[in-house]
Structure formats: C-alpha cells, structure tokens
Design a protein around this ligand. Structure first.
Ligand code: DX5
Ligand code: ZN
Length: 215
C-alpha cells in the first residue's frame, strides 16, 4: 500500500517543516489539493505554494485538480514536475485529449471520480491512465466522513482494470483512516490519501504505518 498525505490538513504556518516531516515518516507521495472556488466551494493551493512545497519535498508530488478550466491549471503546475496530475472526469469534455497532453509532458495522467460517478464511465479510458482516484467524500474539504460506497467502486474498478489488462493504480481519497485502511486494502486500493488522520496524529510515522498496516 502506498500512502499520500494530503497537505490540506498541514499547518501552513510551518509548511516547510510539515513537508519534511511527512517525507521522513514513510510517505510515498505528497498529495496536493488544488481547489478553485468554482468546481468546489473552497479555494486552496496555487502555484506559489506548490513551488515552495516542491523545493522541500523529497517525495514525488501527486496533484489533484478540483477546478474548472482544467487545461489552464495543468499548464500552471506542469513546471513543478509532479509525478501525477489527476483531474475530474465530471468537468472535462475531452478527457482523452488532456490525458495525452499530460503524458506528452512526461507526467503520469490520472482521472478522478466523484462519489456519484459510476466506474463504467472509464470503460474506454482505463488503458490510457496511470491512476484512477476514487473520491470517498464530496470534494472540497478535509476532515469529512468516509463514504462506504467506495468499496464497491474499488471492486468494480479492479475488475475493469483486469478485464482491459490496464496498468493503473487505484487511489482512494477522503475520510481515510487506520480503521478503514484494511477494508480498502482488501477491496483492492493501491494508494491511500489521508489528510486529517495523519496531520492530527501525534506521530506521522505511526499514522502512515497504520495506513500501510505495518504493525
Ligand atoms: C477533499 C480532498 C482530500 C482531502 C482528504 O476534497 O481531495 O484530499 O484533503 O482529507 P481527509 O483525509 O481529511 O478527508
Ligand atoms: Zn485530494
């Protein structure tokens, strides 16, 4: 299991220290939630902050775009050379074109599904992406309650990946904690995003180990 701490729940007054701490505590990716105040009712992290994060991070960036006008934002963040850029299928008319554009820039493209969006929408896209992010809360805020509907979506996605012989990671984001991690693992998740659970814990290392089920 890979773990991607969401820096949305970090202490932004000490962001450098927070990034260094999670990188030293077993994080595999740094999950960056970009919100524009239009696609979701919250406004968060822009390129200035991501530039600062990229300077300290010793782990690859995983940029989750929750925005309208996605290509504009893709161009803003390409220069920080993230490992992944993921965007919401609900918002993009030409996802395949954008996936190809991101890949041509040397970055792994991924698609995000809101809790209500069926996995079947990925039928003809799944072989083109490196990651699918399944939301287990309505996007917009950290610290929300986990939606168990994601379990059956993980299973359906795992089945689709196998049927199409696709090579793509399954990432789950929202309300993830040490209690639901084992069931997410069993359902077939590869990457767990966690904000509140990690940053509100007294030991980032122990929280990340719990998500990886290393006891
Ligand atoms: C929600 C974001 C998540 C969120 C996760 O829109 O995409 O990444 O910050 O935070 P927790 O783990 O606190 O639900
Ligand atoms: Zn996210």
């Amino acid at each position: 299991m890979y773990v991607a701490p969401s820096i949305l729940s970090a202490d932004f007054g000490r962001l450098n220290e927070e990034i260094a701490a999670i990188c030293d505590s077993g994080a595999d990716l740094i999950h960056v939630d970009v919100m524009d105040g239009h696609f979701v009712p919250n406004l968060t992290i822009g390129p200035l902050v991501v530039e600062a994060v990229a300077k300290v991070a010793t782990k690859p960036l995983d940029i989750h775009l929750m925005v309208e006008n996605i290509p504009f934002f893709v161009d803003l963040f390409l220069k920080f050379n993230p490992k992944f850029i993921t965007f919401h299928i609900e918002e993009e008319k030409h996802p395949l074109r954008l996936i190809q554009y991101i890949r041509d820039k040397g970055i792994s493209p991924g698609i995000v599904l809101n809790p209500h969006t069926p996995v079947s929408t990925l039928e003809h896209i799944i072989t083109e992406v490196d990651m699918v992010l399944l939301m287990s809360v309505n996007p917009g805020f950290g610290g929300q309650k986990f939606m168990p509907v994601v379990y059956e979506k993980i299973r359906a996605l795992r089945e689709l990946i196998e049927r199409k012989n696709a090579k793509c990671l399954i990432e789950v984001d929202g309300g993830v904690n040490g209690l639901n991690a084992p069931e997410l693992d069993e359902a077939g998740a590869d990457v767990l995003v966690a904000g509140n659970y990690i940053f509100s814990s007294s030991s980032y290392e122990e929280a990340i180990r719990a998500l990886k089920m290393q006891f």
